[in-house]
Design a protein around this ligand. Sequence first.
Ligand code: AQP
Length: 322
Amino acid sequence: MSKRILSGIQPSGILHLGNYFGMMLPAIDLQHEGDAYYFIANYHALTTVRDPDKLREFTRGAAVDFLASGLDPEKATLFLQSEVPEVAELAWILSTLTPMGLMERCHSYKDKLAKGLTPSLGLFSYPALMAADILLYNSDVVPVGRDQKQHIEVTRDLALKFNEAYGDVFKLPEPSIRESVAVVPGIDGQKMSKSYGNTLELFLEEKPLRKQVMRIITDSTPVEAPKDPANSTIISLYKLFATPEQVAEMENSFRAGGLGYGHYKQQLFEIMLAGLAPIRERRAELLADPAQVDAVLRRGAERARTEATKTLERVRKAVGIR
Ligand code: AQP
């Protein structure tokens, strides 16, 4: 049987380079290696987006952006999480086995608290819904950025607890993390994140994109002085697009001094624009053909729901509500 690959992305804002390099591209590469299911996690996004029009816009946008980035609907199943409401039932069942302490230890929850977000029960129990997303589709491999690694461990814990309590129902999934892009930095040097306001959006128009690149925070080394390439956000982002030779060239130029950060930001902007040009073109085509996107999502939802229903039947039987 072929490997089941699964991953999701929250439409909690506009997709950015962190999403693209950390998860979307690895997931797109994996679509050739098994039976891939990718979804837009709009139930998850409800924990942060309160405006229904915005949620609809971001959800649709994420689906279009994923397709434009290279998701092939003939190879991978693309669907909206909410088209398979069975996931909420499984999340509830899993939550009855979930220790509070396990959720309390989750970094992403703690980070959001530290950023001042008032937590809802939904945000707190987010990893249980994510476990349901993964287990409902009998997933073997889950391509994610490093921030999600702990949530896959939680998923494995919950699957084990369930299997111990009710018999062997779930497979234990493995994360797949591309180490070189596991944490893409934002313009402030922290993890690029929709909720941190530090993103470079994947499909931002040329002018505002340049403006955003020029806002990358740097130290105050004078133009003529040598610069340290080691902890430079500019270089970390440049590496996403440049060849090793181009990166070495920029690093040497940093060490030599004589050029200001503005110069390197311009170089970054130019390589970014060139690198993203093909997917920008593809996106424009998709935006001009909404019926094509509708059809992909409809077909994806049907396939996903068929799979989900089978798993949920086994779960219901196992726990005694059938
Ligand atoms: N900066 C990043 N570097 C590498 N991978 C990243 N991912 C997100 N940011 C980076 C990966 O993208 C996938 C989808 O993420 P998500 O949007 O569902 O949730 P997230 O990780 O919480 O992303 P954000 O942008 O930080 O969203 P908010 O601010 O709403 O919480 C995941 O596999 C993630 O690892």
